[in-house]
Every structure is written in structure tokens, then in C-alpha cells.
Write a protein that binds this ligand. Structure first.
Ligand SMILES: Cc1cc2nc3c(=O)[nH]c(=O)nc-3n(C[C@H](O)[C@H](O)[C@H](O)COP(=O)(O)OP(=O)(O)OC[C@H]3O[C@@H](n4cnc5c(N)ncnc54)[C@H](O)[C@@H]3O)c2cc1C
Length: 475
């Protein structure tokens, strides 16, 4: 590597955040020959949590498989990279999901917009809640708004407005099924920011959502369902980014950045291969705890703040079956499991019903998600345990007792940042301290959104901030 480069930006972490940042910097480097960019990744591959495997005709996503259509950044980037034709919505004909209660599946009421019920009618006929629970939820428009501006947890807000049963059996499994979190600790403002606003503006979440529906006059977005994916799996996005990135910049995989130091304005990065490289600016697109380790020497206060963001470890077990071996009709996207049920699984996704061409003819692909706060997947948990738990889950709920045609366990240690009470203030503080650390930029899912589009937005923002910084110090 060239140590004497006058304007060098190093991106640490090659997940979707770091790859996007590197791509934007590679574009800038096309127009500016003095700009040198490196991307350094611990793993032997780029993509981070995004990983797509092909196993005997099955197309298996290890981590994410879709993203939210209403967040535009991921689809826009795909189109820019020539993947527009590959974009697909989830199957509109199977657009329903279930919740498991005492081992039985109940359809989630239509209109679970923003992960909370938005329509009283479907809530009444869904059968998930007891008659008393439904009445309590329907009473929501008459519940007085809170006059207290203190931050509230997701559990507290939903229980106060819609009753405990709606929280336990509808909102908790959806919100916490995504993050593996504990709704008693998750911040409403950081996880479901629109709800507080609806209460404040309309005095009621249900009333506010009804008015928003009327105002939009039933307009449908570009896609018929709320989720989008890519025909060949999300790895297509990683590959499409990797190509222009590796043409323009130095990509080093299987290498850790171990420490970062500063000498005057220059940052020195020590790598696990024994090299030390210099940088004018560094984008840390790693989880916040990894960024903390790197910043210990440069800014210990920032490192300490970064360590306050908690993470949960989880795993996803993919299982391929012959369709004939699955007694239940898989007529939806899958089901979620409320914490109250006391089971190890968070959710089971029916990948073949959700997206096309995920399995050979006559076969189905199921994905069971495991690991949440209080029931974490630790190093001592063997892959075989995870597989057994996944098989037990689908046997008890879907009645599948045959051995799978294939099984694959994807482990994600310390993968899901928890936006707990105080998260937004913590991130404001982190950003303030990072702003006082010249040349250091933070990006990734630890801060302001865990979805693919959030990460892309964060990576782009960091790349543009780093380029602005180079211009400022050149003046
Ligand atoms: C099982 C699972 C399912 C999910 N499903 C969805 C979904 O359906 N839709 C959705 O939108 N989101 C989903 N998510 C969330 C989403 O996938 C992640 O938030 C996103 O991929 C994170 O990207 P990132 O680049 O910020 O982080 P990562 O992908 O974690 O990348 C960070 C990279 O930094 C590297 N690194 C760390 N330390 C160092 C170091 N010292 N030196 C060099 N490299 C380092 C790591 O190896 C890693 O590759 C899911 C997540 C999981 C775990």
C-alpha cells in the first residue's frame, strides 16, 4: 500500500454501509486522481450481514432478505447500479402474516401499518386477541394523550394506548421480532418515531392513521407490497457494488484494523497483517463497539459513549423441505412468536411464499430466527442445538416431522444494536464527540436505523462528509 498518499480515505468495514461509502468515494476518485481510497474488512468476503447462498437449487438468504419499500435509498442505489430489472416486491397474493398463540397460528389483522394496528375493523375479526383485548384496543381513540414529554418505552406507550394484550400479541412480536429486543427497554422515539407524533397531533394513533389514509386517497406506491428484494438475492447488490469499488480502490479482506492513532492531522491505522497505513480521513462502518476499540486512543470519551449501545446476538436457521412434508399450507409470509409464549424462536419466515424462485419445484424453504434479549445465542450454543430448536419449533407449530433436505445455520454474534431508552440522546452525544474528532466519521446500523436503506443512507452521508472534510483542510 502507498503510505505517502496526500489525500487518503480509509473505510473500515465492508458491510452494506462501508461498501456504499466506498462506492461513493470510488466515484469521487474517478474525477480526482489525488484521492486514494481503501476498504478494509475483517472477514474473507464483503457484504457483512448480507449473505446469499445457493444450495442444491435453493436460494438461501443468511441475514436480510427484503427491505422496506417506503425507504427509497436501497431501490435507488440498485437502479443506479443497473439492477432495476432485478427488483421484485414480495408476493402480493400471499400478503399476510400470522402470530402464534399457544401453538396456534392466527392471522395478523390487516393494516398493521408501522408495526401497530391502524384499523379497528380487521382487529376485531383477527381472532388473535380475546374479546376484552379487542375492546380495549378499539377504545384507543378515547384514551387521553399523555401530557408528559418524558421518553417512553415501546411497551409502555402501546399498553397505555391500546392495552397490554395488543402489546403482548401484536406489537411486541413484530417490533421485538425484528430487533431481538425487549420492548420494556426499547425507546419508542428511536424505534417507532411516528407514533408519538400521531398522539400529539391527533390525540390518537388510530384516528391519526385514518386521517393519513384519507389524505393519501388510497395512493399506491411503486410496489404493491411493503417489502422489496432482488431476484437473485441481496448478494446481487453486494456484487454490483463490489465491482466498481474494486476497480477504483484498494480492497483488503481478511484483515482487521486493530488500532487507530493520530500524529498531528494524520491518522495511523495498525492492521492485523502487521502493516500500518496513514489516512487523512477514516470512515468507521463497523458496529459501534468495534469503532469504540479503534478510537480508544484518539478519543476515549467517544469510545466510552460508543460502548453504551447494547447489542443482541441471534441466528437464522434455513431449512429446505419437500412441499409434501409440510402439512400446513404456507399461505403467507410466515409467523412471529410473542415473547409471552416463552419459546426460543422469534419468527419463522416462509421464504418460498414470500419471494419467487427460492426453491426447486415442489420444495419449500423455511427460515427460523432465534435469539433475543434474555435468550441470547452465545458461543457455548452449538449449531446442532440451534438446528434442534428450529426443528422443534416447526414441528410444534407447522406439524413438520420429516428431516429437512438441507439445513444451514447462520450465526450473527452481537449483530442487532438495541435502540433502548435514551438512544437518540446517546447518538446525539456520540455525533457531537465525533464532530470534535477531525477526520473520523461514523456510519452503520448502530446509530439511526438498522434497515438496509438506513445503512445505505448512513454510508453515503459519511462518504460525502469525508469528502467535504478533505476540501476544508485543503483550503
Ligand atoms: C438475521 C438478520 C436478518 C435481518 N433482516 C433484515 C431485513 O430483512 N431487512 C433489513 O432491512 N435489515 C435486516 N437486517 C439488518 C441489516 O441486515 C443490518 O442492519 C445491515 O446489514 C448492517 O450493515 P452494516 O454494514 O452497517 O454492518 P455489518 O453488515 O455488520 O458490516 C460491518 C462490517 O465491519 C467489519 N468489521 C468490524 N470490525 C472491523 C475491524 N476492526 N476491521 C475491519 N473490519 C471490521 C465486519 O466484519 C462487518 O463485515 C437483518 C439483520 C440480521 C442479523
Amino acid at each position: 500500500m502507498n503510505d505517502a498518499a496526500p489525500r487518503r480515505v480509509v473505510v473500515v468495514g465492508g458491510g452494506i454501509t462501508g461498501l456504499t461509502a466506498a462506492y461513493r468515494l470510488a466515484e469521487a476518485a474517478k474525477k480526482d486522481a489525488t484521492l486514494v481510497v481503501d476498504l478494509i474488512e475483517s472477514n474473507d468476503r464483503l457484504g457483512g450481514k448480507i449473505v446469499t447462498h445457493r444450495v442444491g437449487g435453493f436460494l438461501v438468504e443468511g441475514g436480510p432478505d427484503t427491505w422496506l419499500a417506503r425507504k427509497p435509498e436501497a431501490a435507488a442505489l440498485c437502479k443506479e447500479l443497473g439492477l432495476g430489472e432485478q427488483l421484485i416486491p414480495t408476493n402480493p397474493a400471499r400478503r399476510r402474516a400470522f402470530v402464534s398463540r399457544r401453538g396456534k397460528l392466527h392471522q395478523l389483522p390487516e393494516g398493521m401499518s408501522g408495526l401497530v394496528p391502524s384499523r379497528i375493523g380487521p382487529l376485531f375479526f383477527s381472532g388473535v386477541l380475546s374479546p376484552l383485548g379487542r375492546l380495549r384496543a378499539a377504545w384507543e381513540p378515547f384514551v387521553r394523550g399523555s401530557t408528559n414529554d418524558a421518553e417512553e418505552s415501546v411497551a409502555s406507550f402501546v399498553t397505555r394506548r391500546m392495552g397490554r394484550e395488543t402489546y403482548d400479541y401484536l406489537v411486541e412480536p413484530l417490533v421485538c421480532g425484528l430487533s431481538g429486543g425487549d420492548g420494556e427497554k426499547l425507546s419508542l422515539d428511536a424505534n417507532l418515531p411516528d407514533l408519538k407524533e400521531l398522539e400529539r397531533e391527533h390525540g390518537s394513533v388510530l384516528r391519526g392513521m385514518r386521517r393519513a389514509r384519507r389524505a393519501s386517497k388510497g395512493e399506491v406506491g411503486e410496489y404493491p407490497t411493503p417489502f422489496i428484494s432482488l431476484k437473485g438475492g441481496l448478494q446481487e447488490l453486494v456484487d454490483a457494488l463490489e465491482q466498481p469499488v474494486s476497480e477504483r480502490i484498494n480492497v483488503l479482506t481478511y484483515t482487521d484494523v486493530v488500532t487507530a492513532r493520530r500524529v498531528d492531522r494524520t491518522l495511523l491505522l495498525d492492521l492485523s497483517n502487521g502493516e500500518t497505513i496513514t489516512a487523512t480521513a477514516v470512515i468507521l462502518a463497523t458496529p459501534s463497539y468495534a469503532a469504540a476499540d479503534l478510537l480508544e486512543e484518539i478519543n476515549p470519551d467517544l469510545a466510552e459513549s460508543l460502548r453504551t449501545i447494547p447489542f443482541v446476538s441471534n441466528a437464522a436457521v434455513s431449512l429446505g423441505f419437500r412441499e409434501a412434508d409440510v402439512p400446513r399450507r404456507l399461505n403467507g409470509y410466515g409467523y412471529v412468536v410473542p415473547r409471552k409464549e416463552g419459546r426460543l424462536a422469534l419468527a419463522c419466515s416462509w421464504a418460498t411464499s414470500k419471494l419467487p424462485e427460492r426453491a426447486p419445484e415442489g420444495c419449500v424453504l423455511l427460515r427460523v430466527f432465534l435469539g433475543r434479549t434474555g435468550q441470547e445465542i452465545d458461543d457455548a450454543t452449538a449449531d446442532n442445538d440451534l438446528l434442534d430448536w428450529a426443528l422443534e419449533e416447526i414441528e410444534s407449530v407447522l406439524g413438520v416431522s420429516e428431516r429437512p433436505m438441507f439445513a444451514r445455520v447462520f450465526r450473527y454474534p452481537r449483530s442487532m444494536p438495541q435502540y433502548t431508552l435514551g438512544h437518540l440522546d446517546r447518538v446525539d452525544g456520540i455525533e457531537r464527540l465525533a464532530g470534535q474528532t477531525p477526520g473520523v466519521f461514523l456510519a452503520g446500523n448502530s446509530y439511526r436505523g438498522v434497515g438496509i436503506s438506513d445503512c445505505i443512507r448512513s454510508g453515503q452521508k459519511a462518504a460525502f462528509a469525508a469528502l467535504r472534510y478533505l476540501e476544508e483542510i485543503a483550503c
